[in-house]
Design a protein around this ligand. Sequence first.
Ligand code: KG4
Ligand code: ZN
Length: 359
Amino acid sequence: MTGAALTVLGIETSCDETSAAVVRGVPGGSTELRSCVILSQDVHRVYRGIVPELASRAHLTAVAPVVDRALVDAGLAVRDLDLIAVTEGPGLVGALLVGVSYAKGLALAADRPLVGIHHLEAHLFGTALEDPAAVPPFVGLVISGGHTLLIDVPAWGHYRLLGETRDDAVGEAFDKVGALLGLGFPGGPAIEREAARGDPSRYRFPRPMVHRGAGQRAGDPDWLDLSMSGLKTAVVHAVRDVRDLEAERPHLARGFQDAVIDVVRIKVERALELTARPRVVLGGGVACNRALRAALAGALAARDVTVHAPSPRIATDNAAMIARAGLFRHAEAGAPVDADSRLPFPGLTRGASPEPPRP
Ligand code: KG4
Ligand code: ZN
């Protein structure tokens, strides 16, 4: 499906990043990222976690200048846009409301069409902005602070949920263990730095839900689902027993990170056994983790499967992926757009046949 090129403004305010971006491209064809502005809210560091009310207030002051900057960087005015795309969910409802209200106002004032975008679907689109090969069919792995999803993507718009976390998201586990180790918020980047100088043999933490024992076969939900809570508890106990946390921190970080990487790699390998897809596409903040990317790429090369990972600015929350998803969903412009913290994933099925009808 190709057509005329469209210029799309994306707006993202679902969590703690205020972002706007302009993407120009052909739906179903090539795309060009014209600008991307991301303002990360620093205020949450003080509280070691995201405070929803503070996030909403920070979006309120940031959204207009961030959108203006994205337009200026792209050398465009609002009248040059063919479409405005905004995250309508899932996320923090107050934070979503700021972006959705602003986008509605802009669309009305400038008489431009508006389309609502699902934040997690957009994470699947982000990588293709930088890497044209990151397109279906693929196994998608969205690993962020709020979500952990393993999804089969035979074609854009057709998604089969293969596995998800039973408890904490992978990024959430990084953040909680980071706090335990006294590394501040967010924990992921700091744990990766510490782990790089850690001894991998000092701590051997459990790999939850990976054993091929009874009740663990392809077809059982446990086969592809993930769990982080047992691993987190094991780290809690280890930290309690430690005399010199300063000295042990890199080794604890390494032990934790290695366990997470093993679990994620094994689940991705199982997803590939089931789907036989030729590539894996990563999205979400944890996709920044270089050790995880290297472990996946190394393990999957033997299966002739390529791993496509976004750069940090596209991995973490950003509006470029929202604009890119807007390009795909442009025909839905005009439908009602409302902030919805629990917005269902469009086109997502569980379990059943993944193949879409042939065009
Ligand atoms: O996608 P994102 O920006 O926000 C959400 O939608 O949640 O992801 C943020 C998450 C945080 O949990 C952070 O600790 C994690 O991504 N993260 C990392 C790394 N960089 C960010 N986790 C592990 N290693 C990293 N290098
Ligand atoms: Zn996200």
